[in-house]
Design a protein around this ligand. Structure first.
Ligand code: R5P
Length: 286
């Protein structure tokens, strides 16, 4: 008989964990957290289920600590699935300069579980650094469906660089929506250069889509190129709304009409839930 699933939510993924529990018809376990006066974190899962499904994104270092604590607190479970909807540090996926830490490898290597699930991780090669069987789930089709339902005029989905072309292809497949990509050079953590390019966007509504929006620099620069090409309305979409510092303000101030994003991170932008995608992944080969 299959063990009953308990959903164990970390502090950064509470809304999503609630939706996954509902999708699976499973119990949501209680989790107690607090911070000691010196800043250290405390965490307790009083009632650990036989099949524990931990859900915790790791946008900050303390979220990563919480994830390790959750895994340790659940060590009595017969089976542990760890869902990391947004896996921070995934962009440091190789050594760009001599002597750099390959941070994604260091962090993935410390996760112990039976199965690990991520969602549109920045680079799928990072999955090989997990000890457990690791699966990356693709949320692009769910975002694509939302875009298709927005009633846009002759829409097009555009990636800001070639690295995001598979993502926009996946979002536009089955929808009969055109897609294309721009070319980006990163100048610094906040600034990028998008190459001027002729694009068939005149009079069309365009959705700029990337795996994540962090400072918003990429999307605001790309929007400028689209406008130069005569685009009508410009929207942005992403899987992970990191939205660091004043990114949302920067996007809306630049004339982006809306930000469509998933709930891998809890942010106050148009939400498309990945709960069913995760629930399907958990059910698979239990
Ligand atoms: C980078 O490779 C990613 O795919 C995103 O393009 C990038 O993280 C977006 O960052 P920002 O919003 O700061 O330009």
């Amino acid at each position: 008989m299959l063990a009953a699933i308990s959903i164990i939510s970390g502090p950064s993924s509470q809304a999503l964990a609630g939706r996954v529990a509902r999708a699976l018809g499973s119990r949501l376990a209680d989790v107690d957290f607090f911070r000691f006066p010196d800043g250290e974190q405390y965490l307790r899962v009083p009632d650990v289920g036989a099949h524990s499904v931990i859900i915790q994104s790791t946008p900050t270092d303390s979220d990563y600590i919480s994830l390790l604590q959750l895994i340790d607190a659940c060590d009595r479970a017969e089976k542990i699935d760890v869902v990391i909807p947004y896996f921070g540090y995934a962009r440091q996926d190789r050594r760009f300069l001599d002597g750099e830490a390959v941070s994604s490898r260091a962090l993935a290597g410390a996760i112990t579980a039976d199965r690990v699930f991520t969602i549109n991780i920045h680079n799928r090669n990072v999955l090989s650094h997990f000890d457990a069987e690791a699966t990356d789930l693709d949320a692009a089709p769910v975002v694509g469906e939302r875009i298709a339902a927005m009633g846009l005029t002759h829409p097009m989905i555009v990636a800001p660089d070639e690295g995001a072309i598979d993502l926009v292809r996946s979002a536009s497949e089955h929808l009969g929506v055109d897609f294309d990509h721009l070319e980006k050079t990163r100048l610094s953590g906040e600034d990028v250069l998008i190459k001027r390019k002729k694009m068939d966007v005149s009079g069309r509504d365009v959705v700029l889509m990337d795996d994540m929006i962090s400072t918003g620099g990429t999307i605001t620069e790309a929007a400028q190129v689209l406008r130069e090409n005569g685009a009508n309305r410009v929207f942005s979409a992403c899987i992970h709304p990191v939205l660091a510092r004043n990114a949302a303000l920067r996007l809306f101030a630049s004339g982006i009409e809306d930000i469509v994003a998933t709930d891998t991170l809890d942010r106050s932008v148009g939400v498309v839930s990945v709960a069913n995608l995760i629930a399907d992944g958990i059910r698979r080969d239990r």
